[in-house]
Design a protein around this ligand. Sequence first.
Ligand SMILES: Cc1cc2nc3c(=O)[nH]c(=O)nc-3n(C[C@H](O)[C@H](O)[C@H](O)COP(=O)(O)O)c2cc1C
Length: 201
Amino acid sequence: MNLLAIVGSPRKGKATDTLVDKAIEGLKSVHPNCNVKKIHLADQDIQYCKDCLACWKSKTKGPIAKCAIRDDMDQINEEILKTDCLIIGTPIHMAYASALMMTFLERICWTFAKPEKSYVLVKGCPAPRSDKKRKAAIIAVSGMIPPRYKRLCNQATTQIKGVIKDSLNADTVGKLYAGDLWNRGVEHYLDDAFKLGKKLS
Ligand SMILES: Cc1cc2nc3c(=O)[nH]c(=O)nc-3n(C[C@H](O)[C@H](O)[C@H](O)COP(=O)(O)O)c2cc1C
């Protein structure tokens, strides 16, 4: 079993990173031999999507269309192709996912999806290029807004869930909103993150 963990915080060793590690620990408590690859987006050279639509236009029958940009997404894509499950962690920035996470999501959007799904009258919506089913867990961390008011602040989880379903064929089996972190501290959410990781098994 292969797990890919993606951390979208610019800060290593802080809340998002810590909770992602705890979720990895949870999964490893059930699958000790699980292969884990963790990627800090902040360490990677990931350029912005240029909207050239090379991936969108691709007629490949494979699981991924080639992106026109050569950067660290090439290696990250190889890890995505291998993985069975994902843990995606992002801090909440202005109610959405961090810019690091958004840049990553834009780059996987059409490389891993083909414009072949229809929703009512809208044709050309994304459908995964691969039949390989994956599972995912999402962690969103916010400084101020407590879980009770997460609807005001947690657009990230809905967005990540949609993109990874449409592009990576990944079903979200669990999510953690770690809110009001500045008051509660990361310790408050460690057990929840551990349990979230176990859910991936
Ligand atoms: C640019 C920016 C925007 C932020 N916007 C929000 C927000 O909308 N709501 C909130 O509760 N916290 C917000 N925060 C606080 C972060 O969510 C908080 O610091 C988070 O714990 C960071 O995660 P980390 O410790 O993994 O870096 C923002 C922080 C930054 C830097």
